[in-house]
Design a protein around this ligand. Sequence first.
Ligand code: COA
Length: 428
Amino acid sequence: MSQNIVSSAREAVSIIDSGEYVYTHSMAATPVALLESLYEHALTKKDITVMQLHTEQPDTIDPEKLAGHLRNRCFFVGAPTRKLVQQGHADYIPIFLSEVPQLFRRRVQKVDTVLVQVSPPDRHGMCTLGISVEATKAAIEMADKVVAQINPNMPRTHGDSFLGRKLFDSVVEIDTPLVEHRPAPQTEVTRKIGRLIAELVEDGSCLQMGIGAIPDAALAAMENHKNLGIHTEMFSDGILKLMKRGAITNRNKTKHPGKVVTSFAMGTRELYDFIDDNPEIVFLDVQYTNNTYVIRQNKKVVAINSALQVDLSGQVCADSMGTRIYSGVGGQMDFMRGAALSEGGKPIIALPSTAKNDTISRIAPVLTPGAGVVTTRAHAHYIVTEYGVAYLYGKSLRERARALINIAHPKFREELERQAREVWRLEI
Ligand code: COA
């Protein structure tokens, strides 16, 4: 290995200077050791910006200490950055996941340095981005410098993930376990929603879904389905189970037949071991996986996404609770639209009917002021709660309100009807 290999993460990030825009490899590939060292290093510098999708980083960011030295800039907000964004210590950029790479490639957003966590070089000197290609590939293309953590625990993956070892300006070898996500616990509500979704999914469908209890429940209810395919932004343990049972064959896909297409994976070590050097799973640039033109080329695309709140006209809020940013736009609209354009496709939003121990109806008369509409009412087709399925496509406001009230929690239905009449002036 060449001489730019250093002995510590702190030394590896020391090539980052004041004023730089740093993109960090995200999701379960977050190079935690490099990020932690960057937070220390930044104290000797000024105005470093760390750009990211969701990251898995320790809860050690001290915004007061880092003020003037380092600030986070988030294209998606996850648990580690949520409080920072909500308190004004970090920035949130609302953007489709498919367009984050484009921001870099069109130079709308500058990238000076990229931090990555990669699999060890193979006999050709090629490392891989492992379980997370997302926007990192684009950031590397546009950056001046790449700082790499080589980790033997990072799976070698196929697709757009290959990177020549020569690309790295600074390298450190650190053997740490990857972040794991255990499947979310199921409740009677999530199981009911999962069964309702599974009933909407025909054999031969091509699925996109995220992480969490609802996608897991839906996948668990599809064990007897046949010839399912996967073209998604994200791959998790639920999909692995269906692959092992033979329900997923990818046989009917017109785009990448025989392959699972994804842009990143988050799950358990069992998932990461399955992915390792597995040519059946291809990790592609999120500008490609989430492109509606690509998505629509598969038939019967079923996109399964979630929401925080849906109003009586079918507007879907997924990134905020009122004015408080909770997550991000992500790939929801990319796939909702892609599924709608696919022949026989079904865009689905699935959510529990209530929040906070049944004290709040998530089917609301109107969205909370400031709520972010991620899927517009013109893009919404199927809304699913534990009480059933509301099919909104081609329906009037009056028909939508009726369908949505029918799948609201019974204790809120009367009030929703009153509001539909008074606020929306609908005769229902
Ligand atoms: N009012 C008040 N609180 C609410 C609420 C509402 N309308 N809706 C949800 N909540 C609370 C829940 O009770 C829960 O609180 P808890 O953590 O104390 O239990 C919390 O908010 C999160 O809700 P939950 O339903 O568990 O969220 P989730 O983890 O299933 O995520 C989204 C839902 C919408 C945030 C998530 O799917 C997302 O970020 N979507 C946008 C991006 C996307 O769709 N990408 C494509 C798939 S990867």
